[in-house]
Design a protein around this ligand. Structure first.
Ligand SMILES: Nc1ncnc2c1ncn2[C@@H]1O[C@H](COP(=O)(O)OP(=O)(O)OP(=O)(O)O)[C@@H](O)[C@H]1O
Ligand SMILES: [Mg+2]
Length: 277
């Protein structure tokens, strides 16, 4: 278990249990967990067609912590949602010609093109945990119920096991006293931590996060960055989109997008603080 650093925010004691490993060491292989092969995405049609991703190739391996950076509109969210099976690549270019070779997304070795929507939803619920800029919690439900939801959908555990695990995850993120509180009565930072707990509920192979600190103040952003760091040290695979260059740099690998393409992989554009462009 990694040592917990006490950061300037003084929030670290929360994470005493964060490095639950779930045997991920055994999974550390060179086989990709997520793979994009010649991935194109075209939205709209005719004159309004927008060619958003232009043949992206990217492989994410178990235990990697990857950040995706780039200017607004460069296609980061589109790529993240495709990698997580929330969306599918396009077959044809704006003129109607099929892409060659066809775009492919593989999740844990499964070609998503071979899965129907129900099968894809199952794979997504089992393999991927999503964290968004806006937490999308069900506000009339308690923190515990929100975290329980993906486990209830998966149906692997009994109701009591699910509620116990939800409470354990919330405790892990310092929300032990907020388990029974309705989501709309939590602060923004607390809500985002509930959303992270929810993302981890089914022990996902990968956590996919789209600007998870985009809506948080500095202190809560640091808290989330620290959670991600600790998760990564515990073996969790993470792919995160962020505009925050300091946060991006905490990842071990930085993928830079520009106008629908991956233009750099492994290095950060520019230096110093501020936004990553
Ligand atoms: N439904 C849609 N129809 C047409 N174009 C779209 C649609 N959704 C997104 N786009 C366009 O696709 C491009 C990429 O969008 P995307 O959301 O992936 O960018 P991003 O890199 O995540 O940007 P940001 O940093 O602002 O979140 C943008 O130009 C956007 O306007
Ligand atoms: Mg985006």
């Amino acid at each position: 278990m990694a040592r917990i650093e006490r950061g300037s925010t003084g929030v670290s004691p929360l994470f005493s249990l964060i490095n639950e490993n779930h045997g991920r060491d055994a999974r550390a292989t060179s086989i990709s967990l997520l793979e994009a092969r010649n991935v194109h995405r075209v939205l709209g049609s005719g004159d309004a067609a927008n060619h958003i991703l232009k043949g992206v190739n990217l492989a994410i391996h178990p235990r990697e912590y990857v950040s995706i950076v780039g200017a607004s509109g460069s296609g980061k969210s589109t790529l993240l949602y495709l990698l997580g099976g929330l969306d599918r690549p396009s077959r044809n270019d704006p003129a109607g010609k099929p892409f060659d070779p066809p775009s492919r997304i593989l999740i844990d070795g499964q070609d998503t093109a071979r899965l129907n929507d129900t099968q894809l939803a199952l794979v997504r619920n089992e393999k991927a945990g999503f964290v968004f800029q806006f937490h999308y919690l069900l506000k009339e439900f308690t923190a515990q119920e929100n975290v329980a939801l993906p486990m209830l959908k998966l149906g692997r555990l009994s109701k009591s096991q699910i509620m116990d695990r939800a409470a354990m995850l919330l405790k892990r993120f310092g929300l032990g006293d907020k388990v029974k509180r309705k989501a709309n009565r939590l602060s923004g930072g607390e809500q985002q931590r509930v959303a992270i707990a929810r993302a981890l509920a089914n022990e996902p192979a990968v956590v996919l996060a789209d600007e998870p600190t985009g809506n948080l103040d500095k202190k809560n952003s640091e808290l989330v960055a620290e959670i991600f760091q600790q998760l990564s040290e515990g073996g969790q695979t993470i792919v995160m989109v962020t505009h925050d260059s300091a946060f991006a740099r905490r990842a071990k690998r930085i993928v830079t997008m520009e106008d629908g393409n991956v233009v750099r992989d492994g290095e950060l554009v520019g230096s110093g603080g501020g936004e990553v462009r």
